[in-house]
Design a protein around this ligand. Structure first.
Ligand SMILES: Nc1nc2c(ncn2[C@@H]2O[C@H](COP(=O)(O)OP(=O)(O)OP(=O)(O)O)[C@@H](O)[C@H]2O)c(=O)[nH]1
Ligand SMILES: [Mg+2]
Length: 397
């Protein structure tokens, strides 16, 4: 039997990886917390039969005992997971409903656990769902309309991962800016010196909108250009997309800060949770506000909402399509939360199945066991819980 080790941020991701690599009928032998989240030992179903025909070599005595111990440990953990799951469902069905709803909608485990722990006691499942919806709505940071970049005016650079929708969104914002301030008071700056055709893409929009287009090859060029645009109420700067891990992301952020240019983080909602989180860490920190793009392509925008809630980065706009300028919207918390929770009803191979829950409960039980007396969070919890300690409308139950 060949056993493979999978390390993932949470049990759901781990299970998805196990299934993707070993097939839907893969068998999870054991789980345990890991500094990066959770470690799963799994094997393909067909490989469970031991040993293969014709195999004659007996494993050495000590390794056979170790292998047997590992097998027993896995069995025991799965049994305990089943008990923990059954107990949690009997003891606290509403909390389980909250966790299930959030996981199904793509929210992450740190927020799901925090909210489940703060659910007021004695609520039935329906009341728990209503409470959850209200808490999410209250905690989703939405920028006030009068504080939006177009309403306030200023100098803004759109920053974000490659292809997140920066240039298209810039054109949509420019159209709003023309409505608010007039074409002569709006300027576009092409500062994407990397991508072939980036400037030409922006030139098309500038011509359509009747606004001026300027080019800045680097920070020095931008520093020279900005004083010439002092009479413009809205200056929108298109930057090159980078992968969040690219070191240029930090350098460019610092250069923009030094020039007094505010950053608008453009983050696609149509990505898996880990990618949203990475983009939020790299482009969201230090940004004035955030724009979520590609909502029309996001079956489960819960991950993006989770990241906004934890990082408390105010959301200024949403985009839900490629049309300029139509597909730019002012966000409404209730709409977004309802849309995210609806995403949980989708049947996809990535959704947790009924038989996966005991496994998750096992990981949770083991995590709880390692907490300090008095309910202190584990180091992993502490790292991933950033921002959730200030959740509004919840108190530890
Ligand atoms: N479905 C959908 N597509 C979008 C949305 N916003 C942008 N796009 C599309 O996404 C693709 C990339 O958009 P760009 O605006 O060029 O993205 P970018 O971030 O400027 O890309 P780089 O400059 O290459 O980093 C284009 O095909 C856009 O039409 C949106 O809200 N929904
Ligand atoms: Mg671009």
């Amino acid at each position: 039997m060949s056993v493979q080790v999978f390390v993932a941020a949470n049990a759901r991701e781990g299970l998805a990886r196990v299934r993707a690599q070993l097939g839907d009928d893969a068998v999870v032998l054991s789980t345990r917390p890991h500094p990066q989240g959770v470690e799963l030992l799994a094997s393909a179903y067909g490989e469970l039969a031991v040993p293969a025909q014709g195999a004659t070599a007996e494993p050495a005595g000590s390794s056979r005992i170790l292998a047997e111990l590992a097998r027993l440990r896995g069995m025991l953990q799965n049994q305990l997971a089943g008990f923990a799951w059954g107990a949690a469902r009997r003891r606290d069905p509403a909390r389980v409903v909250v966790m299930q709803t959030l996981f199904a909608a793509g929210f992450g485990s740190a927020l799901a656990r925090t909210l489940a722990a703060r659910l007021p006691r004695a609520l039935d499942a329906d009341a728990a769902q209503r409470w959850l919806r209200q808490v999410l709505i209250r905690n989703l940071p939405i920028l006030a309309r009068e504080a939006s970049p177009v309403a306030r005016g200023g100098r803004y650079a759109l920053v974000g991962s490659t292809g997140s929708g920066k240039t298209t969104t810039l054109a949509k914002l420019a159209a709003r800016g023309v409505d608010a301030w007039g074409a002569s008071r709006v300027a576009l700056v092409a500062a994407d010196a990397y991508r072939v055709g980036a400037e030409a893409q922006l030139a098309v929009y500038a011509e359509l909108l009747g606004v001026s287009l300027h080019v800045a090859r680097d920070a020095a060029g931008l520093a020279q250009l900005l004083p010439q645009l002092a009479d413009r109420r809205l200056v929108l700067i298109d930057t090159a997309g980078h992968a969040p891990s690219d070191p240029r992301t930090h350098e460019e952020g610092r250069a923009l800060d030094a020039l007094g240019v505010e950053r608008l983080a453009v983050i696609s909602a149509a990505q898996q949770g880990a990618a949203v989180e990475q983009a939020m860490l790299r482009f969201g920190h230090g940004a004035a506000t955030c724009i979520l793009t590609k909502l029309d392509e996001a079956p489960q925008p819960g991950a993006a909402l989770d990241s906004l809630i934890r990082h408390r980065l105010p959301l200024a706009y949403l985009t839900g399509g490629q049309r300029v300028p139509e597909d730019l919207h002012v966000p409404h918390a209730a709409y977004l939360v309802d849309r995210a929770l609806k995403g949980g009803q989708l049947a996809t191979p990535y959704a947790l199945q009924a038989e996966d829950w005991p496994l998750l409960a096992g990981v949770e039980a083991e995590r709880a066991e390692r907490r300090e007396p008095g309910g202190q969070a584990t180091p992993e919890d502490a790292r991933s819980l950033k921002g959730t300690s200030t959740l509004k409308g919840t108190s530890a139950a």
